[in-house]
Design a binder for this molecule. Structure first.
Ligand SMILES: NC(=O)C1=CN([C@@H]2O[C@H](COP(=O)(O)OP(=O)(O)OC[C@H]3O[C@@H](n4cnc5c(N)ncnc54)[C@H](O)[C@@H]3O)[C@@H](O)[C@H]2O)C=CC1
Ligand SMILES: CC(=O)C(=O)O
Length: 371
């Protein structure tokens, strides 16, 4: 198979979907790899390293899309790429379709085989290709909160951990999965008072055992969220219903009760965001203010720390990419249920239920397409 690696074009997206070490493994397995010039530069991988690994370097995304059987990306294809995608081509990347009708319709039209990193799912429900970036984004969420609590950035000027004799900050983390735990750990480490909310009681039991003493676990409900946001300096949105649009958990009315200059970080923005007032922002212009509350809603947070994120992401994606390249998409999905759960749009059909439901589109089981 010919695998294509275009340069990312989303705003301030510095990651690349495969390192030279990954390219070497692909090529040793009998595949060819096309890499767009300077695709890895921002992550610390010069073109020379890809050439030494055996890749063919090309100048434009057009050449990548024209020549490759499987396109790998980090972020979703953007409008300039839609018409480059070919029928039957495999697109393997983060897609987050339930929050992006334009892209969903473009992928349906393309008749490509679109496999989403974020819905590849193990039998125990975990999401192996989302986890590493959720670890990064969860940790970053607290760095960014600390930055935007500073007065020069619009915050109300409280230090997360306080100092002896002075009140410390209150951080509310909604969602106790990978993002939530990583955010809560960082906030606890800095000394803040942290509330960590989830709907899953078994998860709350586990978290209550393993988290530090300044982390308080609570069952998530509208009443609890309404009460906590009033005293919060920071609220982190970290919920996920896999593949689906995020539920809106903090309403505009709740926002009106919050402190002026407090900070919301909606990490779940890639799935549409879990605050009613969220809209996606970029690293270039990451925040906006509604009802006096600073909103940070960047959909590709890990792109800002690409030297960490590229390695963490590609450690996880390579084995799956290799299996798809070795067996083709049908063979890989027949052999591996985890990859089958990644099927979102295939040959013009929506094969992920939550995506079909998000836009009132017809749903086709991937099994119907595998025979
Ligand atoms: N903005 C960005 O750059 C990035 C965004 N993300 C996004 O962050 C979100 C969270 O991802 P993960 O932590 O990996 O997911 P996860 O599946 O590990 O955790 C989600 C948690 O939310 C909980 N939950 C669901 N509904 C809830 C509710 N109503 N109240 C409280 N908790 C609820 C679930 O029980 C689960 O424990 C996803 O949308 C993911 O795509 C992840 C990485 C980067
Ligand atoms: C998860 C995701 O969309 C990201 O890392 O950008």
């Amino acid at each position: 198979m010919i695998v294509g690696i275009p340069k990312e074009i989303k705003s301030a997206e510095n990651r690349v979907c495969m390192t030279p070490a990954g390219v070497e493994v692909m090529i040793k397995s009998g595949h060819e790899v096309l890499v767009e010039k300077s695709a890895g530069a921002a992550s610390g991988f010069a073109d020379d390293a890809y050439i030494r690994a055996g890749a063919d370097m090309v100048d434009t995304p057009k050449q990548i899309y024209a020549g490759a059987d499987m396109i790998m990306h980090v972020k979703e294809p953007l409008p300039p790429e839609y018409d480059l995608i070919r029928e039957g081509q495999i697109i393997f990347t983060y897609l987050h379709l339930a929050a992006d009708e334009l892209q969903t319709r473009a992928l349906i039209k393309s008749k490509a085989v679109c496999i989403a990193y974020e819905t590849i799912q193990k039998a125990d429900g975990t999401l192996p290709l989302l986890t590493p970036m959720s670890e990064v984004a969860g940790r970053m969420a607290i760095q960014e909160s600390a930055r935007f609590l500073e007065m020069t950035h619009g915050g109300h000027g409280i230090l997360l951990g306080g100092v002896p004799g002075v009140e410390l900050a209150t951080v509310v983390v909604i969602g106790g999965g990978v993002v939530g735990v990583n955010a809560a750990k960082m906030a606890c480490g800095l000394g803040a008072k942290v509330y960590l909310l989830d709907l899953n009681l078994d998860r709350l039991r586990y978290l209550s055992d393993v988290m530090p003493a300044n982390c308080f676990t609570l069952m998530s409900s509208p009443a609890t969220i309404r009460k906590l946001v009033k005293k919060a300096d920071v609220v982190i949105g970290a919920v996920l219903i896999p593949g689906a649009k995020a539920p809106k958990l903090v309403t505009r009315d709740m926002l009106k009760t919050m402190k002026t200059g407090s900070v919301l970080v909606d990490v779940a923005i890639d799935q549409g965001g879990c605050f009613e007032t969220s809209k996606a922002t970029t690293h270039g212009d990451p925040t906006f203010v509604v009802e006096g509350v600073v909103h940070y809603c960047v959909a590709n947070m890990p792109g800002a720390v690409a030297k960490t994120s590229t390695l963490a992401l590609t450690n996880a994606t390579l084995p799956y990419a290799l299996q798809i390249a070795n067996q083709g998409w049908k063979g890989a999905m027949q052999a591996n249920e985890e990859i089958k759960r990644g099927a979102n749009v295939i040959n013009g059909k929506v094969t992920y239920k939550a995506v079909a439901e998000a836009f009132g589109l017809g749903y086709t089981s991937v099994d119907e397409l595998l025979n």
